[in-house]
Design a binder for this molecule. Structure first.
Ligand SMILES: [Zn+2]
Length: 85
């Protein structure tokens, strides 16, 4: 996972970089993920609309249902969106 550290004398604010809080159902780790670490799939139904990420702690692939608000949040934060059928 790429975490951009801006070490240039505090010049660059972290504008535009959104971190999403997530937790792993497997190892129960809690962490923050950048938009690039998340994937959002939007399907025709609620069941095919979900987001997924890989747990940085145990490496398991996590998939969770995404409601309307989560979809808005993720797309607004620049998460890559896939259309699933
Ligand atoms: Zn985990």
């Amino acid at each position: 996972m790429a975490r951009r550290e801006s070490g240039k004398q505090g010049l660059s604010a972290v504008v535009g970089e959104v971190l999403f809080k997530a937790a792993c159902p497997d190892c129960r780790a809690r962490f923050e993920l950048a938009a690039g670490a998340l994937r959002l799939a939007i399907g025709g139904s609620r069941r095919s609309t979900f987001y997924s990420f890989t747990c940085p702690e145990c490496g398991v692939a996590v998939r969770k249902p995404a409601g309307e608000r989560i979809v808005e949040l993720l797309t607004g934060g620049g998460v890559r969106t896939l259309r699933s059928v």
